[in-house]
Design a binder for this molecule. Structure first.
Ligand SMILES: [Zn+2]
Length: 262
C-alpha cells in the first residue's frame, strides 16, 4: 500500500464528463492517495453544480466560486452581482475561482475581462479568500492588476503554470501565491522539468489536474481525473531529485498554508 497523500487543487469534477461514473472516479482518486479535490466554478450555472457535488462528497470536494475569464460577456456586472450573493449564501467556500484573464482565443471582451477580474480580486481581499487564477496570454495585464492589491491579497494559486523562468519569477514575487502544476509537466516538449527546479522552491508549488483536461503522460488524450496526479508527482520528484513523499509533504503544507485546509 502506498503512503502517498495529495490534494488536487483544481478539478472540474462537476463537469458532465464525470456524470456517468463519478463514484468510481472518486473511489479511484482515494485509492491513489488523493485526500481532497478543490472544484472551481466557471459561471453561474456551474456555481450550482459545484455546490451540488461538494454536498455529495462533503469531506472530499471543496467549492471555489468565480467567473472564468472565457465566460465574461457584456452582462458581467449582473453575473457578478448574482455570484456575490451566492458567495455570501453558501458557507464553506474555499476560494474565489476560477478567475483571471484569457486573451488566447479572443480579445472581444478584453476590457470586461479586466474589470471583472479586478472586481473579483477585490472580493478576495474583502472576504479574505484566496484566488484561483487562470491566466493565458495576459500575464503582464494580470500582474498589473494584482500589484494594486499586493499588500492586502490573502494569497492564491496561479493555476496551470506553463511559463518560463522569467514568468515564474514574476509570479513568485507575490509572496502568498503558489504555482499550480499538472499534466503539462509530463508532456514530451515541456520545459517545466528544467524551469521549475531552477527557480521555484518546493514551498511554492501545489498539484492539480484541471480535469477533465490536461491528462498527464501516459494518459495523455484521455479524460483526466484526480488519480492521475500520481504521474505528475513522479515526474516532479524526478525533476527536483527528491522522493515522491517529499513532493506530497511540501505540496500538502503549501495547500494548508494558502487555503487553510489540511
Ligand atoms: Zn480550470
Amino acid at each position: 500500500m502506498s503512503i502517498i497523500n495529495y490534494i488536487d487543487t483544481h478539478c472540474h469534477l462537476d463537469g458532465e464528463e464525470f456524470s456517468p461514473d463519478l463514484d468510481a472516479v472518486v473511489q479511484r482518486a482515494r485509492e491513489a492517495g488523493c485526500t481532497r479535490v478543490f472544484v472551481p466554478a466557471i459561471d453561474l450555472k456551474s456555481c450550482l453544480s459545484v455546490m451540488d457535488i461538494c454536498r455529495r462528497y462533503p469531506d472530499f470536494c471543496h467549492p471555489m466560486l468565480g467567473l472564468h475569464p472565457e465566460e465574461v460577456r457584456a452582462d458581467w456586472r449582473e453575473v457578478l452581482s448574482t455570484l456575490n450573493s451566492q458567495l455570501s449564501t453558501f458557507n464553506s467556500i474555499l476560494a474565489i475561482g476560477e478567475v483571471g484573464l484569457d486573451f488566447y482565443w479572443s480579445r472581444e471582451f478584453e476590457q470586461e475581462q479586466l474589470e471583472a477580474f479586478e472586481e473579483q480580486v477585490r472580493w478576495s481581499v474583502e472576504m479574505r479568500l484566496p484566488l484561483m487564477i487562470h491566466c493565458r496570454k495576459a500575464q503582464n495585464e494580470m500582474v498589473a492588476i494584482l500589484k494594486r492589491y499586493a499588500d492586502d491579497l490573502p494569497g492564491g494559486v496561479f493555476h496551470c503554470f506553463t511559463g518560463n523562468e522569467q514568468e515564474a519569477r514574476q509570479l513568485l514575487e507575490f509572496p502568498r501565491f503558489v504555482l499550480g502544476i499538472g499534466g503539462v509537466l509530463t508532456f514530451k516538449k515541456s520545459h517545466l522539468p528544467e524551469v521549475l527546479p531552477a527557480c521555484v522552491p518546493l514551498d511554492r508549488l501545489v498539484l492539480e489536474t484541471d480535469a477533465p483536461y490536461m491528462a498527464p503522460v501516459p494518459m495523455r488524450g484521455q479524460r483526466n481525473e484526480p488519480a492521475f496526479v500520481r504521474h505528475v508527482i513522479t515526474r516532479l520528484a524526478e525533476a527536483y531529485g527528491v522522493t515522491e513523499e517529499e513532493i506530497c509533504h511540501h505540496t500538502n503544507s503549501n495547500v494548508s498554508r494558502v487555503f487553510g485546509v489540511k
